[in-house]
Ligand binder design. Structure first.
Ligand SMILES: NC(=O)c1ccc[n+]([C@@H]2O[C@H](COP(=O)([O-])OP(=O)(O)OC[C@H]3O[C@@H](n4cnc5c(N)ncnc54)[C@H](O)[C@@H]3O)[C@@H](O)[C@H]2O)c1
Length: 424
C-alpha cells in the first residue's frame, strides 16, 4: 500500500502562509501528500495565499483547493464550511488545525469524528480535560494527533535532549527563558483577541520553552506563578502584554520565563528568544545555553524590506524557515519549521504503512500500538505525552488573574490545578 493522504488545513492565516502551506507544498512535490484543501472563515485570506509571490516562486504550478472558493465575496463568512470539507474526505486523511487557539477543540472534535489524523499547531486545546477527551477519542479510533511544537525540531534541542538523557548535564536546577515578540504585533489581530479576559503573553508563548525543558529533561512542571503587566493595544483594549512566570519542576528545579509583545521593531531579529539551563552532577556545575535569536548571521541590506519589523541591519534566523535555491524548479524550504511538519506527516504515513491492507479490527489494534510507541518515544508531542502543557497554561491563567498567586499542578487520575497551600 502506498499512502498519499489528502490534507485539509483549517485556517488560512499567518502560520499557514509562512510555514504550514509551504511545508505541505514541498511534501506534495516529494509525493508524500496529495491534494491540499484550505478552509478559512471567508475567502479573503485564501486570496492572499493564492497570490503570495513567494509561494508562487517557490512552488510553480502547485495550488490548493480553497473553501470558500476564491471567487466568493470576502464579506460572506462561512464558519461551518470546514465541517463539510472534513466530512467529504475519506477516513484517515490529515487535518491540519491552524485556527485561533480557542477554536482548536471544535475542529479537532470534527476531525476525530470523521476518523482523520491530525496535525495541530500549539496549543492543542486550552483545558486539560479537553486534552484528555482528545487523547481518549484518538486512541479509541486509532488516530495520530501530533502537536506542532516546532522548536523541538531545532537540532540544538534534539542534541541537548540526547546528551541530557545520557547524563552529560547532570540534573537541571535553575534556568531562564525569554521569548519577546515584536512590538508591531500589537497592531495586528492580537488586539482583538489576546486581551486580559481571554489570554496573556504567558499563555500565548511561554509554552514553547516550558515544553522544551520538559522535552530535554523529561521533568514535569508542578507549580506556576505568573505576574502580568497590563498595557493598552492601539485599539484601546487591554492585554497582559508583559509577563514574568516562575515554573517549579518535580525535582525542585526552577525556570523563570519572560514573555512580551515588546521587542523593539528596530531590533535586528524577528524577536528575542533563548534559554539558559544550569544543572549539577556531584560537585560539578553544568549548563545548556541556547541563543536562539542571534544565530551568527548578520545582514545589512541596501534598503529595508516592506514587512513590519523589517530593518536594514538584520540578524535573520537561518534555522527556522528559509527558502534555498538548490537547482530545479522553484525553491526548497529548509529549517525546523519544515522538518516539524514533515515529521508529523511522515509519522502518520508510517502508521498507515504498518496497517497496510489489513482488515478493520486488526488495523485498529496496529494503529493503537503505534500510538503507544509514539507516546512513549516522546519526540512528537501528543495529547497524552504533553498534557503538562495544558496544565501549565491553565495554572498560568489562574495565577495571572490572581495577582501572581502560586498554583500547583497535580498529575495522575486526579490531574488538575489548585492554589498552592503552604505548611505553617
Ligand atoms: N510558534 C508557533 O507554534 C505558532 C506561531 C504562530 C501561530 N501559532 C498558532 O497558529 C494558530 C493560528 O495563528 P495565526 O497567527 O495563523 O492566526 P491568524 O489570525 O493569522 O489566522 C487565523 C485563520 O483562522 C481562520 N478561521 C477563523 N475561523 C474559522 C472558521 N470557522 N473556519 C475556518 N477558518 C477559520 C481565519 O480565516 C484565518 O485565516 C493559533 O492557534 C496560534 O497560536 C503557532
Amino acid at each position: 500500500m502506498s499512502y498519499r493522504p489528502q490534507v485539509c488545513i483549517v485556517g488560512g492565516g499567518m502560520i499557514t502562509q509562512v510555514q504550514i502551506l509551504p511545508s505541505l507544498y514541498q511534501l506534495q512535490r516529494l509525493g508524500v501528500v496529495g491534494d491540499i484543501h484550505i478552509c478559512a472563515l471567508n475567502s479573503a485570506p485564501l486570496k492572499v495565499l493564492a497570490a503570495d509571490p513567494m509561494l508562487a516562486k517557490a512552488f510553480p504550478g502547485q495550488s490548493f483547493v480553497a473553501h470558500p472558493a476564491l471567487t466568493t465575496d470576502p464579506k460572506v463568512m462561512q464558519p461551518d464550511a470546514f465541517k463539510e470539507v472534513i466530512a467529504s474526505l475519506p477516513p484517515h486523511q490529515i487535518v491540519v488545525v491552524a485556527v485561533p487557539d480557542q477554536m482548536h477543540n471544535g475542529v479537532i472534535q470534527k476531525a476525530l469524528q470523521h476518523d482523520q489524523h491530525i496535525c495541530c499547531v500549539k496549543p492543542l486545546v486550552l483545558k486539560h480535560n479537553e486534552a484528555e477527551v482528545v487523547a481518549r477519542e484518538a486512541r479509541r479510533r486509532g488516530l495520530v494527533v501530533g502537536i506542532e511544537y516546532h522548536k523541538r525540531f531545532d537540532d540544538r534541542y534534539l542534541i541537548a535532549r540526547r546528551q541530557y538523557r545520557a547524563g552529560r548535564f547532570g540534573e537541571f536546577r535553575i534556568g531562564q527563558a525569554s521569548l519577546l515578540e515584536c512590538w508591531y504585533y500589537r497592531h495586528s489581530n492580537f488586539q482583538n483577541w489576546c486581551t486580559c479576559e481571554n489570554s496573556d503573553m504567558f499563555s500565548y508563548i511561554a509554552c514553547h520553552y516550558i515544553d522544551l525543558v520538559a522535552f530535554i529533561t523529561g521533568l514535569r512542571p508542578t507549580a506556576v506563578s505568573v505576574y502580568g503587566i497590563k498595557d493598552r493595544y492601539p485599539n484601546g483594549r487591554e492585554g497582559y502584554l508583559w509577563t514574568d512566570g516562575r515554573v517549579i519542576w518535580e525535582n525542585g528545579a526552577c525556570l523563570n520565563v519572560q514573555n512580551a509583545l515588546g521587542y523593539p521593531d528596530e531590533g535586528p531579529g524577528g524577536n528575542f528568544q533563548g534559554i539558559r539551563l544550569y544543572g549539577s552532577k556531584g560537585d560539578q556545575g553544568t549548563m545548556i545555553v541556547h541563543n536562539d535569536q542571534y544565530r551568527g548571521v548578520e545582514h545589512a541590506y541596501t534598503e529595508k524590506g516592506t514587512d513590519p519589523g523589517d530593518t536594514r541591519y538584520a540578524q535573520p534566523n537561518p534555522d527556522y524557515f528559509q527558502y534555498v535555491d538548490v537547482g530545479g524548479a522553484g525553491l526548497k524550504p529548509v529549517g525546523y519549521g519544515f522538518r516539524s511538519i514533515e515529521y508529523i506527516v511522515r509519522r502518520i504515513g508510517d502508521c498507515m504503512e504498518e496497517v497496510g491492507s489489513r482488515g478493520a479490527k486488526e488495523a485498529l489494534s496496529i494503529r493503537q500500538r503505534f500510538l503507544d510507541r509514539v507516546d512513549e518515544e516522546g519526540i512528537m508531542a501528543t495529547p497524552r505525552n504533553s498534557a503538562y502543557n495544558e496544565l501549565v497554561m491553565e495554572a498560568g491563567r489562574m495565577s495571572i488573574l490572581n495577582e501572581g498567586r502560586e498554583v500547583s499542578i497535580q498529575y495522575g487520575r486526579k490531574a488538575g490545578i489548585k492554589f498552592r497551600t503552604y505548611r505553617r
